[in-house]
Design a protein around this ligand. Structure first.
Ligand code: ZN
Length: 174
């Protein structure tokens, strides 16, 4: 199953174009995160089923070395998230949107909204331990100023005069 996942942002976009229909603030995905992001997009697509509820990524970026995946449902108010910063990382808490269930579709939407947030947060947590460059197990490299999660090999490479490869980001601009 895993080996059929798309391996670049362009391939993911080609498979699920609606998820990238309106990136508001830009989509920046480190190459190391690509398997996690491809799985996330696939899981969300399966979860949504036929009715996509206008789901799309509004912003994907890096913060403190790991990924933040922000999304919207067009024309719907989804729950919001609260990021709590602790010395051990960031915890996200889901604050549900005001509940006003009128139809079966509203109920379905609220369940999907919760499930999407759960998938998204799990993917973010996974990137806290993945090398930005290659996706191998990594830890936050905090010694050189800008925090980056790196494997031992890329941590060492960061300290070489040549530095890290420059092309480990893929982006779509909003
Ligand atoms: Zn690496």
């Amino acid at each position: 199953m895993n080996n059929q996942l798309p391996s670049s942002l362009q391939e993911i976009q080609a498979l699920y174009p609606y998820q990238f229909s309106n990136p508001v603030l830009g989509v920046d995905v480190a190459k190391g995160w690509m398997p996690v992001f491809a799985q996330l997009c696939t899981d969300i697509d399966n979860l949504l089923g036929a009715d996509k509820f206008g789901f799309h990524w509004s912003q994907i970026k890096e913060k403190y070395g790991s990924a933040r995946f922000y999304y919207r449902f067009q024309g719907r108010k989804s729950g919001t998230r609260l990021d709590i910063h602790t010395p051990n990382g960031v915890w996200s808490q889901h604050i549900p949107a005001e509940r006003r269930i009128r139809t079966e579709r509203d109920k379905t939407f609220q369940e999907i909204d919760q499930a999407v947030l759960k998938l998204t947060m799990a993917a973010e947590v996974a990137t806290q331990r993945m090398c930005l460059v290659c996706g191998q197990p990594g830890v936050a490299d905090t010694e050189l100023g800008y925090v980056m999660v790196l494997c031992p090999g890329h941590k060492a490479q960061r300290r070489q005069p040549s530095g890290l490869p420059r092309d480990f980001w893929e982006n779509l601009k909003g």
